[in-house]
Design a protein around this ligand. Structure first.
Ligand SMILES: [Zn+2]
Length: 225
């Protein structure tokens, strides 16, 4: 795949069944764990505990990475690129709110994140998670023109809130998850409890018979009724 450095590139083919993904098929017990890597005001950080745990369990997961985060946390993105069952998606270069941007700047946020990740030797998937979940129609339009799927979620773990302990995160996720769910958490150590939550969440979801897949795999069965 070529990397666009300007908006002159012609539209990419759009291979996805929807313009915006909130969840996969409700007929199949597959769910996707997703983790955002947002740049923080201080040094961007990386939760090695989460990735160690996911790798120990061979759990597929999709990581939405901001360009700034990737450039400042190269050991982090290299870890994400190590496991064949991990996917790296795009989370904007600067982590700006799309509704405050022009279409041109939105396109440049998507493309510059993609090229930052490629420059670091990693292979991003054409998935974009809007920073702050800010998802105006102009974003969906631009992403589609670039051949990129906008990926939201239907299960908010609430992990950035320091009052949400690991027990609260676990209860929330176990209560809200259904067939096809896309669960959002963070891998940039923004929350206090995030790193401690995944083992109990995964155990509870496994007990209920869910299978963990990447966003790409979830899309394969999107239309199944
Ligand atoms: Zn973010």
């Amino acid at each position: 795949m070529s990397v666009a450095s300007n908006s002159a590139e012609t539209a990419r083919p759009y291979p996805f069944p929807v313009d915006i993904l909130y969840h996969g098929s409700r007929a199949r017990p597959q769910i996707a764990l997703t983790f955002d890597a947002c740049p923080r005001k201080e040094r961007p950080e990386f939760s090695t505990e989460i990735v160690n745990y996911l790798q120990q369990e061979h759990l597929p997961a999709t990581f939405f990475v901001s360009g700034l985060w990737a450039e400042h946390c190269q050991e982090g993105i290299q870890r994400l690129a190590e496991a064949p069952y991990f996917e790296i998606g795009l989370h904007g270069y600067h982590h700006w709110k799309s509704s405050e941007l022009t279409e041109q700047v939105i396109a440049s946020e998507i493309e510059s994140t993609r090229s930052a990740i490629v420059q670091l030797g990693c292979k991003p998937q054409p998935f974009f998670r809007p920073p702050y979940g800010d998802c105006p129609p102009k974003l969906i339009k631009v992403a589609k023109e670039l051949g990129v799927l906008t990926v939201m979620w239907d299960v908010v773990s609430g992990d950035p809130n320091p009052r949400n302990t690991a027990d609260i995160l676990e209860r929330r996720v176990l209560t809200l998850t259904r067939n096809g769910s896309v669960i959002i958490m963070h891998v940039n150590n923004g929350g206090i409890w995030t790193a401690q939550a995944p083992p109990a969440i995964v155990a509870g979801l496994r007990e209920r018979g869910f299978q963990f897949v990447s966003v790409g795999q979830l899309l394969k069965h999107f239309d199944e009724k």
